[in-house]
Ligand binder design. Sequence first.
Ligand code: HDE
Length: 756
Amino acid sequence: KKNPVSAAAEKIAGKVQDAISPGNELPGAPGSEAPQVEEPTKAREPLPPKHDQTGPDTYSPTGQPTGAPQDRVAQGGAYLTTAQGARLYDTDHSLKAGPRGPVLLQDHHLREKITHFDHERIPERVVHARGAAAHGVFRAYGAAAGITKAAFLAEGAETPVFVRFSTVLGSRGSADTVRDTRGFATKFYTDEGVFDLVGNNMPVFFIQDAIKFPDIIHAGKPHPDREIPQAQSAHDTFWDFVTLHTEATHHTLWNMSDRGIPRSYRMMEGFGIHTFRLVNAEGATTLVKFHWKPKLGVHSLVWEEAQLTAGMDPDFHRRDLADAIEAGAFPQWELGVQTFPDTEDEMFEGIDLLDPTKIVPEELAPVRPIGLMTLNANPSNYFAETEQVAFHVGHLVPGIDVSNDPLMQGRLFSYVDTQITRLGGPNFAQLPINRTHAPVNDMLRDGMHQTAVHRGVAPYRPNSLDGGCPFVAGADTGAYIEVPAEVPAARKVRDAAASFDDHFSQARLFWLSMTPTEREHIVAAYTFELGKCWEPAVKERGLRSLANIDPELCAQVARGLGLEAPEATVALASVEPSPALSQLGRTWPVDGRVIGIVTDGKTGLDAVREARGGILDAGMVPLVIAPTGGELAAGGDPVAVQRTFTTARSTEFDAVLLAGSPAPAADAYGARDAKTDDAAAARTGVDPRVLLLVTEAFRHGKAVGAWGDGATVLEKAGLAADAAGVVSGGAASTVLDGVAALLAGHRAWDRFPPAL
Ligand code: HDE
């Protein structure tokens, strides 16, 4: 009798024998002929997108989601269920041993609900934590087609985009209008993969080498002992660092200028900062700097307005962006490039193109427009989209390559690294907002939060088992191929190029390019910020770096601080100003500007109706401000009141129209400071909240218009009817025309600098 084990072994051996019977040998098996199985010789068609990689929701031109209506509400079905789909009959009471008894551990619904809630928060971004975003589309003019093979820059190409604007220093819940740099990060979902242009609203950075990023951020963030101050640079550690570390001087000056307090995300420029290398189909390369130019112009708040707004409406910029898009006033930017020959020294007109503390003035290298971006849809869910979006400087498409800017090089490491902590693992590219619209055929597998169900057995290369290899592409099949740029023979050093030592000449260039009003704002900003520092040595060092920019700037700030102005320690550079850096002196479209119309709620309502209509016709937003809420109906169509004297504040409006002279309404004060109000009311006969609104608007350089009884308010507020930026008398429509013309220049600049 045969041993059962050897019987089984024989059977198995027989099967193997059958499997390799003649004509069916395993390829390359000993003794067999040449392999019979045909090896794949051409690239497999790309796999269709993974079923969960179909890209973000789509939107109609008016910004309405195109998905089914039930997708737009929080819950799609009729019945509330658990995460496993079991229907629930009660979600308000935990399971107890009797109505007054202890809660039972077996209550799965209670535990699931609380556990999920306990884990709702993820770490906020280590920088740029506070942001707001929108979807849109980018249409290329084709002007860059000669210098890059990037398909999304070919004429007429349309590419969906998602843009996130942000402040840098503040926490996720901090105020929007603080003095800070703003992030301007754009994700292009191109057919060749995602391209991220992760820029800022200022063209230079504090540091020249990424290794110092933790230093500048630790200095700018709140002090580690008390965690104050929040979202601002007016404190000792920030100024300690930027005054010791003089390469920060140029960026700091931008922050102290009006660029540090934008009026709106819609009115900011954006800059890629670093020099990029573009390559065309012939392999020719061009160095470029990317610029976003807002169609509405570059405009800012004034400092007092920014501070008040941080308290009155901390969400001011977020609200402004969402409101404008919802109203159909879609913000637009032109993408432009400054181009430079790709020379061996990577310099242009003596400016080191690898130094991120330097600009190239537009007068030397004009910004050539290459496409138009329109933001036309708000996110549907803040967390899923704005919070989970993950940008990365290294997300590039064929035709766009990086340069050796040492700041950029460090960023190429940082962005994936930070997402792993923030988004909980390496699979963040699978989150809907991050999914590319190009087919994905990667060999990345497993990891936390893996949502793709990968098929096949061979996520490795080379392989023969998985239906043929995914083949690597070549230049003619759309591969991303790094430009084989020369790396000069060099020694390994921790050092920077000698040209990186110039820390002041471009700060001086910026200062000299400002108008007197803009300079006055800069002086005030330095005086405020250094005035908030406690350490005398920090203030003095601050003045020393100002002396190296300009003696007049230094003297004025020193006067404000009550300190001696020091002498410069470097020779002041002789530089040509760049008028393109100034925000003043031009006119811009007024789309989406907000105009408040103050009425007493009773008289002259026809003129209020007319003004509302005129504002809407001009593409602006009218907000009617009356003593109390509801509708104003006297003698015609009802007019909805959008703001009452209690809820309105000047900071919400770009201009104010006075359509009536509201007497104080004692019953409308509510819990306000009745004593002060009464005193002011007795003096003027005009509601004190209206007086505050109009004097603040005036102080902030806003256009003020008045007709009829409204002129009384001007008078009681002590404002001359012929003061700069005041339009008084005539019909409502004439006043509105005058105000709209002033708005095109943003503010009544003739009121600046204000007489203190
Ligand atoms: Fe960033 N930066 N950065 N940065 N940055 C981040 O990435 C970093 C720099 C910018 O809306 C982080 O996803 C280093 C310059 C924007 O989601 C992190 C250095 C510019 C955003 C990071 C810089 C930027 C970030 C934090 C020095 C303008 C927000 C969260 C070399 C060109 C993107 C995240 C968004 C965010 C690192 C300097 C722009 C930690 C190391 C210069 C707009 O990866």
